[in-house]
Ligand binder design. Structure first.
Ligand code: NAP
Length: 288
């Protein structure tokens, strides 16, 4: 991937690569981060052809782009094509952040799970240590979340997915992280789940498809946190389900902002303030 970088004295360039991409709020978030931290950069959305990620990445690196966020459906390609990978990427097999060094070498990281944990623990004020946590889904988002969730030392962390084999595979890939710890990590089918859970995290695409909530409401402890990684109208059925079962619902907007803050810190070495940006995004979302 190494390419000569264009060294013209223009603001550093970053982008988000995806397909579709028009809906992405990442340009808005990173532009606000740049303003708040006084960093000179431009951040754009790049629509990438479904069979064109490799070529698009090479082109962006060659023309001097310093870093990329990567979204659906290219997170696996990003992990595969990078020159080096963080431990989080090696475990998840998916990357959402690419950092390009001065020689054009691409390092892959995954900040999705860090963003999720930051939003739950810091923004929502819900501790995960010693808690019973249910993670629904075993796709890229769930894979990225697992190691950061384990690092919070829950008492129990159950992965439940429609395709059970994928949950089993994900748990096997992370089993060494809980060896000798007080955390029990299990893959269970929906019918085998035994509540109550203190935290239920929906990392499935069921909300997007308008499908039924993938688990029974009685699994929620009263007052539990029920978290959907989706946000906006698509998250509403899950949030209503949470309220009907006496749980505290939360959507994934904070995760989106926090994963972006982690990426910004990797690129710029400066941690942006996420709270004012989350408040701004929330008011813009509510206005639509
Ligand atoms: P993915 O890799 O395509 O995985 C999709 C997951 O959803 C799989 O586990 C799949 O199960 C499950 N699923 C799909 N339809 C379902 C249904 N009708 N009932 C039950 N399970 C179903 O997608 P992803 O990248 O992990 O993303 C998952 C969600 O997280 C999306 O809604 C995405 O927008 C959101 N997300 C949010 C953020 C954020 O910053 N807020 C970041 C990343 C992702 P099978 O394995 O059985 O197919």
């Amino acid at each position: 991937m190494a390419q000569a970088r264009n060294t013209m004295s223009l603001p550093d360039r970053y982008c988000v690569m995806g397909n579709p991409i028009a809906h992405s709020r990442s340009p808005r978030i990173h532009t606000l981060f740049a303003q708040l931290t006084g960093q000179a950069l431009v951040y754009e959305a790049e629509l990438v052809a479904l069979d064109g990620f490799d070529a698009a990445l090479r082109q962006l690196v060659q023309t001097g782009t310093r870093g990329m966020n990567v979204t659906v459906p290219f997170k696996l390609d990003a992990a595969r094509l990078a020159d080096s990978r963080s431990d989080r990427v090696l475990r998840a097999g998916a990357a959402n952040t690419l950092v390009v060094d001065a020689d054009g070498r691409v390092h892959a990281d995954n900040t999705d799970g860090l963003g999720l944990v930051a939003d739950i623990v810091r923004n929502a004020g819900v501790a995960l240590a010693g808690q019973r946590v249910l993670l629904l889904g075993a796709g890229g988002a769930a894979a990225g979340a697992l190691a950061p969730l384990i690092a919070q030392a829950p008492a129990l962390l159950v992965v439940c997915n429609r395709t059970h084999a994928k949950a089993q595979e994900l748990v096997a890939q992370h089993a060494d992280l809980v060896e000798g710890s007080a955390t029990q990590l299990l893959a269970l089918k929906a019918g085998a789940l035994e509540g109550p859970f203190d935290v239920v995290i929906n990392a499935t695409a069921s909300s997007l498809q308008g499908a039924a909530i993938p688990v029974a409401g009685h699994l929620l402890r009263p007052g539990a946190l029920a978290y959907d990684m989706m946000y906006g109208p698509a998250a509403q059925p899950f949030l209503q389900w949470a309220a009907q079962h006496g749980a505290q619902g939360r959507d994934g907007l904070g995760m989106l902002v926090e994963q972006a803050a982690e990426a910004f810190a990797l690129w710029r070495g400066v941690r942006p303030p996420s709270q004012p940006v989350l408040a701004q995004l929330r008011s813009e979302l509510d206005a639509h």
